[in-house]
Design a binder for this molecule. Structure first.
Ligand SMILES: [Ca+2]
Ligand SMILES: [Ca+2]
Ligand SMILES: [Ca+2]
Ligand SMILES: [Ca+2]
Length: 182
């Protein structure tokens, strides 16, 4: 009987410690739940605030409140952008300061898309898949590669990604959007 109690107690303690590990791993601000605070998280919050056609889920909103003041607003988007470890589109090789994908990032997105199109695996991590999803539609494909190339071209022409300076951390092909990029 004592032995059973000991085993039960050990099991209870084990599951309790497993639960606390899970809780500790949940990082506030990690909206896409890939374990890293990135430009993708900042872009999701930014777009939620500025684009009526885009809404975060209740669970995502709970993570979006990075300063934990009970509301999700521009302060959260700005803070997330400040603390991000990787910029949106920076899928490979760094080169991410200021915010810009390099041509190697666009190439990696295209390779990922090409492999997926013919049903082959391509070794992108969850983090890379999120960073590759520049248009925030949940998948990395041609339109994301297009955005990455456009950003690269703008930087090459010294045009910059102006709207990032105005607290807008996503890009859009919608001509009426404040984040319009073409
Ligand atoms: Ca994240
Ligand atoms: Ca907040
Ligand atoms: Ca890069
Ligand atoms: Ca996409």
């Amino acid at each position: 009987m004592k032995k059973w109690m000991a085993i039960l107690t050990a099991m209870t303690m084990m599951s309790a410690s497993m639960m606390s590990v899970t809780a500790a791993e949940a990082v506030q601000g990690d909206v896409d739940q890939d374990g890293v605070l990135t430009g993708h998280d900042a872009a999701m919050v930014s777009r939620h605030l500025l684009d009526d056609s885009y809404t975060l889920t209740e669970e995502q909103l709970a993570f979006a409140d990075i300063n934990e003041d009970g509301t999700v607003d521009q302060t959260d988007a700005d803070m997330l952008y400040e603390v991000q470890e990787y910029h949106l589109g920076d899928v490979v090789d760094g080169m991410n300061d200021p915010w810009r994908p390099h041509i190697s990032d666009a190439a990696a997105i295209l390779e990922y898309y090409a492999h997926k199109a013919i049903g082959k695996e391509y070794a992108f991590t969850e983090l890379q898949k999120n960073l590759a999803d520049l248009d925030l539609d949940g998948d990395a494909d041609m339109s994301d590669a297009h955005f990455a190339l456009m950003m690269y071209a703008r930087i090459a022409a010294s045009l910059g990604i102006a709207f990032a300076d105005e607290g807008i951390y996503y890009c859009s092909s919608d001509i009426n959007s404040p984040a319009h990029l073409m």
